[in-house]
Design a protein around this ligand. Structure first.
Ligand code: NAD
Length: 353
């Protein structure tokens, strides 16, 4: 049995679905169901008793301790977080609360549980913390990609809160001996991605005939990884990673944002042509850049490749095509998430620009 936190979000739900497609080991899924949590992502698991969903907060250590005592998981994979940089600029408090205070309470509950395990169960237990390359800060065009020993230099409240959580996780290993693993991954894309993030936002807006807002000059560079490759990396680290180690995960796919949007427009032109032979590129507009916007992130994934034999199975070209296909086929999913709080937030933050 494993415990996954944040398993109704984008990466967490892909992880739970992939896990249960390859294994019969039960997953307890603890998720607070914030605006980003969507049980519809897991609808194919309704009636599947290998999936136990619990709505709750990682910061509720009484709840977490009770779940651990009842289900005795052999591992915990911590995806739960506030994850959107723009939201962290508009309101950092939730990020401090979940990513820092929540992770602290989770670690405390896990420490108590692990201390009472015996023998093989204690030896084999793992706490895997899922984090981001954004903790390393911003690179210039010519600097080498982030390795695991790169200094921490977070620049947004989001990345600062994730950096703090990484440090807490590290300290629980060094101080208390908790068997932790940390992964720092680049930008993910793929199915079930909430349409406030660049790739799904562009697909959804393009299809709705809305503007495609590009921050500043669009030359911000990110490394992109198909979400299922991130999930396979996490499985590999869980299986074979060395306790206390950090593994960078990335796709060797550095691309400027404007190129991503051009690729999406070109794919949509091919798969869902606009009337009168017009291109979706005509919908691109420029908006004022995000404050403190990092210019470049790049991941050096050679450690996980060399030491654990992991490699991504999708190239950017194959993964992005699968993603666009998924959004075209899953329009009802998109319509359902574009309601309520989500709609109000997007109206306020994107459509007014
Ligand atoms: P997401 O925002 O889509 O999902 C987060 C999930 O956590 C949601 O289901 C939400 O309901 C849940 N959650 C939030 N606060 C919670 C709390 N206090 N208790 C329990 N559940 C809570 O995020 P994502 O994109 O799936 O990212 C998952 C993790 O991966 C995050 O830790 C993020 O920092 C990290 N990460 C994301 C990316 C990316 O490109 N999306 C890249 C690298 C790392």
């Amino acid at each position: 049995m494993i415990l996954v936190t944040g398993g109704a979000g984008f990466i967490g739900s892909n992880f739970v679905l992939d896990w249960l497609s390859q294994s019969d080991e039960t997953v307890i899924n603890l998720d607070a169901l914030t605006y980003a949590g969507n049980r519809e992502n897991l609808s194919s698991l309704i009636g599947d008793n290998r999936h136990i969903f619990v709505q709750g907060d990682i910061g509720d250590s009484v709840l977490v301790a009770a779940l651990l005592a009842k289900h005795q998981p052999r591992a915990i994979i911590n995806f739960a977080a506030e994850s959107h940089v723009d939201r962290s600029i508009l309101g950092p408090e939730d990020f401090i609360q979940t990513n820092i205070v929540g992770t602290f309470h989770l670690l405390e509950a896990v420490r108590g549980y692990w201390a009472n395990l015996q023998g093989d169960a204690k030896q084999q237990f793992r706490f895997l913390h899922v984090s981001t390359d954004e903790v390393y800060g911003s690179l210039t065009k010519d600097e080498p990609a982030f390795t695991e020993t790169h200094r921490y230099e977070p620049n947004s409240p989001y990345s600062a809160s994730k950096a703090a959580s990484d440090h807490l996780v590290r300290s629980y290993h060094h101080t208390f001996g908790l068997p932790v693993l940390t992964t720092n991954c680049s930008n993910n894309y793929g199915p079930y991605h909430f349409p406030e993030k660049l790739i799904p936002l562009m697909i959804v807006n393009a299809l709705a005939g809305k503007p495609l807002p590009i921050y500043g000059d669009g030359q911000q560079i990110r490394d992109w990884l198909y979400v299922k490759d991130h999930c396979s990396a996490i499985c590999r680290v869980l299986e074979a990673g060395v306790v206390g180690e950090v593994y960078n995960v990335g796709g060797w796919n550095e691309k400027p944002n404007i190129e991503i949007v051009h690729t999406l427009c070109d794919l949509l032109d091919e798969l869902r042509p606009r009337d009168e032979g017009k291109s979706y590129r005509e919908q691109i507009i420029t908006v004022v850049d995000r404050p403190g916007h990092d210019r470049r992130y790049a991941i050096d994934a050679s450690k996980i490749e060399r030491e654990l034999g992991w490699k991504p199975s999708e190239t950017f070209e194959t993964g992005i095509r699968k993603t666009v296909d998924w959004y075209l086929v899953n329009q009802p999913w998109v319509a359902n998430v574009q309601s309520g709080e989500y709609r109000a937030w997007v109206e306020k933050n994107y459509n007014e620009r």
